[in-house]
Design a binder for this molecule. Structure first.
Ligand code: UDP
Length: 323
């Protein structure tokens, strides 16, 4: 079987995908610049003879041309991610997400290689029309608020991917990933569950931003990876956009309480205003929940893990890491 190229394969979601592909018996090529990913994420599979890892950038055209030439299928996960990173490094975010995807798509189109592009639920912006469906209007904030640069960069990626599908018949699938969690996700770039778990395990206050009444729906990375693999092998998915995530909503304050309970921690909740957590231009979203009906109409998809189970796995991972 031809090799599967995973860009961002040393990242949190990428490394789980790589492990699952290897378990299925596929040969995998990883390209990752280790900017937010880590080679340690691949510790569990580094010695697999079916895995090849290239440390490099998706913006390196000669490298990407060579790797895409060898690949049978491409799964494009490499991106600047995490609300904190986006706010702190807006130039890097826009450049990586737009230029990188442009290069990957252009090279894939030259060789007509099927490709799955990962976009983000951020593209829905601050729409209050919950749950979000793939054909809904997008409601983005002002350009003076850096958060929306990420949403825009991902929306451009989607436009470009769909344009390649229409104009060049490139088989491309677009996935909008919702909040995805599990072992190996780092809290360094703002993601809430690894941050809460670390805070609770080390006895620090659990930092709830705003009043904590905002909601999210958290999907287990293993469930998400399963959906990506099914979509990659489903020809009817080509030219379409799919939400992938979990649709069980929880408020952030309840999440904080659940983490404190599950870690049996003495930590207290600390409320931090958004402008202090990020900057005065920051806008958070009140609710974010995917409508999964389009995905379920095409592939069989039932998330196996509820948020409490995912928290258990993250706690186990962090304890194993010596926290
Ligand atoms: N959040 C929080 N404390 C933290 C980190 C995040 O209360 O230490 C909140 C954040 O404001 C948001 C939610 O948790 O409402 C999810 O944040 P995350 O950055 O994980 O994902 P996103 O905002 O992209 O959905």
């Amino acid at each position: 079987m031809a090799e599967i190229l995973v860009t961002g394969g040393a990242g949190f979601i990428g490394s789980h995908l790589v492990e699952a592909l290897l378990r299925r018996g596929d040969s995998v090529i990883v390209v990752d610049d280790l900017s937010t990913g880590s080679i340690r994420n691949l510790d569990g599979c580094r010695s697999d003879p079916k895995l090849r890892v290239h440390i490099g950038s998706i913006c390196d055209m000669p490298l990407m041309a060579e790797l895409i030439d060898r690949a049978g299928v491409i799964c494009h996960l490499a991106a600047a991610v995490g609300v904190r990173l986006i706010v702190e490094k807006p130039v890097h975010t826009i450049e990586t997400n737009i230029r990188g995807t442009e290069i990957v798509l252009e090279l894939a189109a030259r060789k007509n290689k099927p490709i799955l592009i990962t976009s983000s639920s951020e593209v829905y912006g601050k729409s209050a029309n919950v749950p979000f469906s793939e054909d809904d209007d997008l409601l983005l904030g002002s350009t003076t608020r850096p958060r929306w640069a990420y949403a825009c960069s991902k929306a451009i990626d989607e436009f470009l991917a769909l344009a390649y599908y229409r104009e060049r018949k490139l088989p491309v699938v677009i996935v909008r990933l919702f909040n995805t969690v599990g072992p190996r996700q780092t809290g360094q770039y703002g993601m809430v569950i690894p941050r809460f778990v670390r805070q609770a395990l080390t006895g620090q206050p659990v930092s709830v931003y705003g009043d904590g009444r905002q909601t999210r729906a958290f999907a287990y990375v293993g469930d998400v990876v399963g959906a990506l693999m099914s979509l990659m092998s489903e020809p009817r998915a080509a030219g379409q956009v799919f939400n992938v995530g979990n649709d069980e909503e929880i408020t952030i304050i309840d999440l904080a309480r659940l983490v404190i309970h599950k870690t049996a921690s003495a930590s207290k909740v600390e409320f931090i205003p958004f402008e202090q957590a990020y900057d005065e231009n920051f806008e958070d979203l009140a609710r974010r929940v995917p409508d999964l009906s389009k995905l379920r109409a095409l592939i069989s998809y039932t998330p196996r893990l509820h948020v409490g189970d995912v928290i258990d796995r993250v706690i186990e991972h962090e304890r194993h890491e010596g926290i």
